[in-house]
Write a protein that binds this ligand. Structure first.
Ligand code: NAD
Ligand code: TDX
Length: 334
């Protein structure tokens, strides 16, 4: 125990859950995050005495070398990314820069310094959509959005650094996460925020797209198992098996808030909108004895309560979001 872990994107939604759990588990954690609109130090403030923090951009090689020199990490958890599909449709540029070039810089610096494990945080979206059945780790990559293409490219870079240089890379591909501290541009917090304010809730297309909902603490537990027991060079799908249509997610949240379904507004669909994601997670379940513990019903109730009790954190983001929403709902991509 007490290994030194460097976490990129540790001020993000999933990264901060990893940092909070990691300090409890006794790891020595270094956080690297350049605090984009989606990053917020408040998410890890509660554990700040037990970590070191660098406000640094992963594309800045010199700064990364300085941090590796100083902190000497044994394990790298690479979660920093531009993570929102709608934004990648508005402008792919930062996605290419951070998700592809940033990943390459980090792989290269990790190769130079020598580490025990590099965990590359990928996503179910790299497989594309599937109308029936499930994606296995061996399924071909067929990404459809600029976001998922940038993530697939990062996976391929990880593969190349393992195969070519023997860098000990492991790739994890989780499904849709939800829980506390998620930036309110993603479906669950958008519905909670707008529902509480009795604003119209935009459901893309007919609301029939299906996602596999994974509670963030379950996702992070899976990543710790991969840190401790995952096999080098492997890929692990991490899904909960709890598939829901978007409209069912929206209705469940409105029910918990006690708000009317009349708030729902069906709007123009997301361009290239993937119909359904579904992961076969038997590999991580059998090899590492992981299974999602939190049911959707339990997790979403807990999440709604968290947002109701933490509206001050969300309110801070709203001015910025309104400008973004004007663009994203207009679906003007000229
Ligand atoms: P997030 O957007 O909440 O957090 C991303 C973090 O990365 C932010 O703190 C941001 O400041 C930081 N960051 C962005 N660009 C950076 C750069 N150039 N240098 C340093 N830091 C930078 O994202 P999230 O939802 O927590 O996702 C974390 C990871 O998990 C991402 O790699 C994402 O692709 C992947 N993922 C997310 C989900 C999900 O449902 N949220 C599901 C599967 C995989
Ligand atoms: O306002 C909305 N209305 C709506 O109908 C929003 C924000 C979303 N949606 C739909 C689009 C999707 O079908 O809800 C579904 C979920 O959307 P997002 O929360 O944007 O997530 P998704 O596009 O599925 O991607 C998420 O899961 C995989 C994360 O954002 C990615 O980082 C992760 O890789």
């Amino acid at each position: 125990m007490n290994k030194r872990i460097l976490v990129t994107g540790g001020c993000g939604f999933i990264g901060s859950e990893f940092v909070r759990q990691g300090t409890q588990r006794g790891y020595k954690i270094t956080v690297v995050d350049n605090l984009t609109y989606a990053g917020d130090y408040a998410r890890i403030k509660s554990v700040e005495e037990n970590i070191s923090f660098y406000k640094a951009d992963i594309t800045n090689r010199e700064f990364m070398e300085h941090i590796f020199n100083k902190e000497k990490p044994q394990i790298v958890i690479h979660m920093a990314a531009e993570s929102h599909v709608d934004r990648s449709i508005l402008d792919a540029t930062p996605f290419i820069e951070t998700n592809i070039r940033g990943t390459q810089v980090l792989l290269d610096v990790s190769k130079h310094y020598g580490i025990e494990k590099f965990i590359n945080m990928s996503t179910d979206e790299v497989y594309g959509e599937i109308s029936d059945g499930q994606f296995e780790e061996t399924s071909p990559l067929s990404p459809n959005s600029p976001y998922s293409v940038s993530k697939a490219a990062a996976d391929m870079l990880g593969r190349a650094y393992w195969r070519t240089y023997g860098l000990p890379v492991i790739t994890v591909r989780p499904s849709n996460n939800y829980g506390s501290w998620q930036y309110p541009e993603k479906l669950a917090p958008v519905v909670i925020l707008k529902g509480l304010n009795e604003e119209r809730i935009p459901v893309y297309g007919k609301g029939t797209n299906v996602r596999e909902w994974l509670f963030v603490s379950d996702c992070v537990e899976a990543i710790f198992l991969v840190v401790e027991q995952g096999r080098i060079g492997e890929i692990y799908n991490v899904g909960s098996g709890q598939e829901k249509k978007n409209i069912d997610v929206v209705q469940a949240i409105l029910g918990l808030l006690g708000k009317s379904e009349g708030l729902i507004e069906f709007v123009k669909d997301r361009l290239g909108h993937d119909l359904r994601y579904s992961l076969n997670s038997a590999k991580i379940e059998n090899e590492l004895d992981w299974k999602a513990k939190v049911s959707f019903e339990e997790g979403i109730e807990w999440t709604v309560k968290w947002y109701v009790n933490n509206m001050d954190w969300v309110k801070d983001k709203v001015d910025y979001l309104h400008k973004y929403w004007e663009r994203v709902y207009a679906k003007d991509f000229s």
